[in-house]
Design a protein around this ligand. Structure first.
Ligand code: SF4
Length: 421
């Protein structure tokens, strides 16, 4: 098939999470919150019999409400938050100095990529952004900020994700992705050796069922786009419901956020924000064509003001796991061009081509989904992450500044060499 995802749960990729979620929606012994990844809205339509490339955002929200979810939030919100955190981290690394990590900075939102580094290229772990993925950022905010404000304990709330991705199930099961685990400096990291073996075992067993020993998980259940389609058919929910909007306060995402669904999208979103925050002006032309499309490795650069002068930021966008290995092998040998920022998505096309997306016989399916993402961005009222009013509000009321101590506790994580299994 078109997808080369690295699924950490292997044969369990089509898991039983959807059954557990249906049960939860029937018993209602918890407040059930759901979040939807950028790439789901441009592929769910195929499950509903709509033409490939249909944007089905409002139908997606309506279906989730009809299924009985109490609050429907958007992972686009936390994609914008990721840009604020990761963009700040990149500027810090470019500036250098004590504690700044190495360049290039690697994106960290794709668990297929994180797993590849931890298992096969651990010497490059320091290059990974410490940012959690948008899925995990949203889970952390729901359980540790939103729930207390709503008078709820974290364990009274279940967070369900709808993702294009089977590897996201393993990401949600990582021991550092729990209430109180406390970001890169707190909690017990799962290190190499025996600890790594434990981490692996957990993904296959307890992780699959959303078990809660060791603290409530930030994301309890992960459903794929296909699994949501199956749940809708099972419950007789049609794809033709009148569109509905996301709930507040985590329901606003910018055009930049939805770009996360495409290879190159994280980069394009980051550049929009970094350009405007460092120059004080919005980019004259928001579309960053050099990082668009389905090529294997896309190279680009952008010149930003830095230390009273100018600095060229050199970028690589890597599309698919085979190309990720090529880049890492070249880095290992010390050959190949030097970059400041490297985005990697292990599925061809990015998350639009994820292993949890509908299977398609359409030869142009990736281009059609990709175009649908670009169309959402082009018509979005807000198109840069730093303009997301809900993100601004979250910094004002809870996090302070990007990369603050509190932001680190909730939104950042750590990595360790792990055994391949
Ligand atoms: Fe998952 Fe997206 Fe990475 Fe594929 S590219 S493994 S769908 S995060």
């Amino acid at each position: 098939g078109q997808c080369v995802s690295v699924c950490p749960v292997g044969a369990l990729s089509e898991s039983t999470h959807w059954r557990s979620v249906l049960e939860l929606l029937e018993t209602k012994h918890k407040v059930v919150v759901v979040q939807t990844a950028p790439a789901v809205r441009v592929a769910l339509g195929e499950e509903l019999g709509l033409p490939p490339g249909t944007v089905a955002t409002g139908q997606l929200v309506a279906a989730l409400k009809a299924l009985g979810f109490d609050h429907v939030f958007d992972t686009d919100f936390s994609a914008d938050l990721t840009i604020m955190e990761e963009g700040t981290e990149l500027l810090g690394r470019i500036k250098g100095g004590a504690g700044a990590g190495p360049l290039p900075l690697f994106t960290s939102c794709c668990p297929g990529w994180v797993n590849l580094l931890e298992q096969e290229y651990p010497e490059f772990i320091p290059h990974l952004s410490s940012c959690k993925s948008p899925q995990q950022m949203l889970g952390a905010i729901v359980k540790e900020i939103w729930a207390p404000r709503a008078g709820l304990k974290p364990e009274d709330v279940a967070v369900v994700s709808v993702m294009p991705c089977t590897a996201k199930k393993g990401e949600a099961a990582r021991p550092e992705m729990r209430v109180g685990a406390g970001g890169p400096h707190g909690g017990a990291p799962h290190g190499g050796g025996a600890a790594a073996a434990e981490g692996v075992a957990e993904e296959g067993a307890a992780g699959e069922e959303g078990a809660e020993e060791g603290g409530s998980r930030h994301v309890d259940y992960v459903l794929t786009t296909r699994e949501l389609g199956r749940m809708m058919r099972l419950k007789g929910i049609p794809g033709t419901l009148p569109p509905q909007p996301y709930d507040s306060p985590m329901g606003v995402g910018t055009g930049a956020a939805v770009l996360f669904g495409n290879s190159g999208g994280v980069t394009e979103a980051a550049v929009r924000t970094l350009y405007e925050l460092t120059t004080g002006k919005p980019m004259p032309h928001l579309e960053f064509e050099a990082v668009r499309g389905l090529q294997g490795i896309k190279e680009a650069s952008v010149v930003l003001p830095s230390d009273g002068g100018e600095r060229e930021v050199r970028i690589a966008v890597v599309n698919g796991i085979a190309n990720a290995r090529k880049l890492l092998d070249a880095m290992r040998k010390g050959t190949g061009p030097k970059f400041d920022f490297v985005e990697v998505m292990t599925c061809i096309g990015g998350c639009i081509g994820g292993g949890g997306q509908p299977k398609s016989r359409d030869a142009d399916i990736l281009s059609k989904r990709m175009q649908a993402v670009y169309d959402i961005d082009a018509s979005a009222p807000l198109r840069a992450s730093h303009n997301n009013p809900e993100v601004t509000e979250l910094y004002k009321t809870a996090l302070g500044q990007p990369n603050s101590a509190r932001a680190h506790e909730l939104l950042h994580t750590r990595y360790a060499a792990r055994l391949k299994h």
